[in-house]
Design a protein around this ligand. Structure first.
Ligand SMILES: Cc1ncc(COP(=O)(O)O)c(C=O)c1O
Length: 399
């Protein structure tokens, strides 16, 4: 789809979209035009990240921003978020050490993964990390043993997420179990400070947060009734990026989520937000190349377009066609037709879009460069080390 086409129509105006915030920036454009790329490369604009951070910060008010490092663990990005005054949500010892190595003070790091190696809990605690998440008894006992007295937040299961990339039943526990874990945590000498949840990634509308916030509020109220003096509400990630569907402007979106939070929880609660995708996705554009355009038979209507990047080299989020990227080519407004888009590897799972084919120019052929928009999140870090010998996604930074 042409970039501008996404903004046509009434919906776009209603949602007050700011197209400039998600286009390829002049810096990225100049860089791409001045280079020959011999492998798929994400060109990341750090200034776009800074603008996004400031917009989120303005909307989130007094909530603290903990960048979810997993979305893009490039040191350049961690350093930029640190310089902006941000904090960090880490999923592993590797991420904790990455942040510490770049000068992040330990108290600005929260260890948010609910599945941690005991030795990594001990390491993070020894380095000064104070906050850990848990959603199971065994995890809580690990934390009590290896980070005695640490601050813990109990992660609540989010049922029926409306997100494009739901985090399913893998994370969190039931209301009843959360209350039991709070009692146990207190018994084990931990500082049971609050609750966390994740509404699922890519929550396109603020209204979609209501169910999770209601459930979190019910848990909060029950916990207080059980004598837990909670003070931290971690609302996770979920802040969306522009993939073609209309979105509210970032600041307005974040402000509306905070209005919904404050309406339920009042002004005293300390709110943590952990944006990953919403902070970094729009700042990245991948430059890829068409390797082959083919039909299985000359009469076949289906056109296959094979790129030099696929599911194993950076586009893992095309799984189930959940995240739908937008593409730009040198053919601009020329006539387009549907195609099945696939990666280069010798694995039949490496098909990006087939159920809902992609419209690409009919003139497209091997050697054409393709820009894949809004690919600054969950791309480089999902890229294999070299499946089939294809190089992992490269990254360069401008701005
Ligand atoms: C605990 C936690 N926080 C934050 C995030 C970031 O979510 P998003 O990319 O939707 O902002 C994730 C993503 O998986 C997560 O697991």
């Amino acid at each position: 789809m042409r970039y501008a086409a996404a903004f046509a129509g009434e919906a776009a105006r209603l949602y007050d979209i700011h197209p400039a915030a998600s286009a390829v920036s002049p810096r990225q454009d100049a860089y791409i035009r001045s280079r020959d790329f011999d492998r798929p490369t994400v060109v990341f604009d750090l200034e776009m990240l800074r603008q996004k951070y400031r917009a989120l910060e303005a909307g989130l008010g007094d909530a603290t921003i903990h960048y979810a490092v997993k979305a893009n663990p490039a040191p350049e990005i961690v350093a930029a978020v640190l310089a902006l005054g941000g904090r960090f949500d880490c999923a592993s010892r590797g991420e904790v050490d990455l942040c510490l190595g770049l000068g992040v003070p330990a108290e600005r790091i929260a260890f948010g993964n609910t599945i941690k190696r005991a030795a990594d809990i001990a390491h993070a605690h020894a380095m000064g990390v104070e906050q850990f998440a848990a959603d199971a008894e065994e995890e809580l006992r690990k934390i009590a043993a290896h980070a005695p007295g640490a601050r813990v937040v109990i992660r609540m299961l989010v049922e029926a997420s409306e997100a494009d990339w739901p985090l399913s039943r893998k994370f969190g526990c039931s209301h009843r179990e959360a209350l039991r874990l709070m009692d146990l945590g207190r018994f084990l000498g931990l500082d049971v400070a609050g609750i966390s949840f994740h509404p699922g990634s890519q929550v396109r509308e603020p209204a979609m947060w209501a169910g999770a916030l209601d459930a979190a509020h019910a848990l909060w109220t029950a916990a207080e009734a059980a004598g837990h003096g909670l003070r931290i509400l971690n609302i996770g990630g979920g802040f969306p990026a522009f993939y073609g569907d209309p979105l509210p402007a970032t600041e307005a979106y974040a402000a509306e989520v905070m209005r919904m939070v404050r309406h339920r929880f009042g002004e005293e609660v300390q709110v943590m937000a952990e944006p990953g995708r919403g902070l970094v996705a729009e700042a990245g554009v991948i430059v890829a190349e068409v390797l082959l355009v083919a039909r299985k038979d000359q009469d076949d209507l289906a056109r296959w377009v094979f790129l030099d990047i696929g599911k194993f080299s950076g586009l893992a989020e095309t799984m189930d066609e959940a995240i739908r990227y937008q593409f730009e080519t040198r053919h601009g407004d020329e006539e387009t037709g549907p195609c099945i888009l696939a990666g280069p590897s010798c694995d039949s799972a490496d098909v990006l879009y087939e159920k809902r084919p992609v419209q690409l120019p009919l003139a497209l052929d091997a050697g054409d460069k393709v820009r894949i928009l809004c690919t600054g999140a969950y791309t480089t870090s999902y890229s294999s080390v070299g499946f089939n010998g294809f190089p992992p996604l490269d990254a360069v930074f401008v701005g």
